[in-house]
Structure formats: structure tokens, C-alpha cells
Design a protein around this ligand. Sequence first.
Ligand SMILES: C[S@@+](CC[C@H](N)C(=O)[O-])C[C@H]1O[C@@H](n2cnc3c(N)ncnc32)[C@H](O)[C@@H]1O
Length: 333
Amino acid sequence: MLGASARRAARARATASVVREALWRTARAWSTATTTGASGSATDEKSRGVNERETSSSSSSSSSSSSSARTASFGYEDVAYDDKEDLVRGVFERVAPSYDVMNDLMSAGVHRLWKDYFVSRVGAFAGMTHLDVAGGTGDVAFRVLRALQRAERDAELDGQVLDAKTRGKVIVSDINPAMLREGMKRATTRGIAQNQLEWLEGNAEKLPVEDGSVDVYTIAFGLRNVTDTRAAIADAYRCLKPGGKYMILEFSRVENDVLRSVYDFYSFNIIPKLGEIVARDRGSYQYLVESIRKFPPQEELKSMMQGVGFRHVSYENLTGGMVAMHVGYKDQA
Ligand SMILES: C[S@@+](CC[C@H](N)C(=O)[O-])C[C@H]1O[C@@H](n2cnc3c(N)ncnc32)[C@H](O)[C@@H]1O
């Protein structure tokens, strides 16, 4: 007899087959446009206004006396600054069991290409310490671990001797234990070796990670959910070793007007509906779509990274800017 989650998965697969064909036609065309370089982009005025409000409040986040007056955007809603973390936590607690199925469904599997490309730019090397923040169910971390293991096999073939102390490791961190639990289950069913993988609960704004201890820090589709974006970028800088690499993969601003209208139509009309049918949770997917529009677009995020101290900051648009990959480096000591 099928359990509730198996029935949900079966329903998802059925729905997927209906929408897949239509989505795939569009996604295939978009996904070929993987790189357009770091060209400047016009800023969406509506989203800029909200982000500036959030950013300016973030920059004064150290003054706790005014904390009750501050607001943060939760999708299109302005909520009390201190409430956002719990609201986001609630979203991911609710979506955790159907998170992976919904990712495939909403993007027709294209999120896998984005993540493959992102991890191909990590530059894994033997002995590295990798931190994947807002790692959720482990999609990025599993890929990085495979890349690390390949790099270490190559190093050993070249005569390097590696032992438990000198081997690298991948830390998956997330604020939400429900997402980490799903990730651990997936790791077990995939036979992923646990000895190089650590699971760590923590807020990206202040991670329980030693200063200057990480070679590469990744955050994929996580930064827009954090209440204080600037604090999370600053904490990444703190965690990294001198010369360490910071990589963000996040939904961004579609540059082509026609593509943006199609994407907006799809986002606001289809995604919440899919959430309702598959995950029985329209609200969480409505938040997802809205939070994407509120996140700083390409150039603004680049400036935020530079403002925190990152050097050689650049970005690449994937799928016409639907997603952007930002990379920056911590100064050498
Ligand atoms: C859209 S999921 C992305 C998961 C994964 N990186 C991926 O690409 O599939 C966003 C994740 O961000 C986590 N998150 C939200 N706020 C966070 C915070 N302040 N600190 C750390 N993680 C957070 C959520 O729990 C969720 O797992």
C-alpha cells in the first residue's frame, strides 16, 4: 500500500509528465544561454525600492534598540524584521518532504544543469574545506563531494599521500533541521560516504564556523531567504581563509523583456498552482516566486559583495539571467 509521501510523489510524476513537454521546450532554449558575461543590467525599480529598504535597515542591524521598528520583506509582504526568520523556517519545514520533487517539476529539471555548472566552477582540490550554506537537501554538497573525491583520486595517482587528516571535507549547513534531515536520508539512499560530509545547523548570518577556516563557500538559492543579506555575505567573508572563494547561485533578473514576461507569467500563474496540487501548499510557493522579485539584481548584489570586502567580483547569467552566479575572493592576508 502506498504511503502519503509515495502518493504525493506519484501525483507529482503524473503532473510532471503533463507539464514537462511544454516547460522543456522553453527551458531548453533558455538553458543554452548559459553565459552572457558580467554585463550591467537595468534595475527593476519596484524591487530596488524594497531591497534598499531592507538593505538600509540591515546596515543598522547592530543597533538592537531600533530592532522592533525595522521591517524585512517576506515575499511581497513587509513583516517585522525579527519575524522573517521564523516565517522562512516555516516555509521550508512545510516544503521539505516535497522539496526535491517540486524543484524538478518547477524547473523541468533545469535546476540540475544550473547546479552542475555552479559546482564545475568550484575548482575542487585535494584537502580543501568546503562549506555549502543553506545547503537544504544536499544537492550542491553531493556534487562538490564527488568533485572533491575525483580531485583526491587524481592527487593520489600523482603520488600525493592523503590520510584522514589531510583529506578534504564538505560541510552542509542549513538553518532548518527538517531540510537537513531530508538531505541525510538522501545521502544514505545514494550510498554517499559520510566520512567526508558534515551536517551543521546554523544561520547564514552567524555560522558556528571558525574564522578563516574555509577554502570555498557556496550558497545556492539560499541567500534571498536570509533576513539580513549583508550580514550573511560578511559572515561568509569571516569564514573564508585569505584568498578563499565565495560563490552565490541565486535567482536574478531576466534581462530580455519578452523572456521576462513569459517567465513572470509562468512564475505567478503556474508555480503556486503546482505547489497547491503537488505539495498542497500554495502559500509557500507564492512566497518563493515573490522572494525572487525582491532579491537584489545582478549589479546590486555584486556591489554588496564588494562593499563587504570581496575582490575580483564577477557574475555570469544563466538562462538569460533567470539565475546568476556571483563569485568573489577574500583578500590574501
Ligand atoms: C531554496 S532552498 C535551497 C537548498 C539548496 N541549496 C538547493 O539549492 O537545493 C533554501 C534553503 O535556505 C535555508 N535557509 C533559509 N534561511 C536561512 C538562513 N538564515 N541561514 C541558513 N539557511 C537558511 C532553508 O532552510 C532552505 O533549506
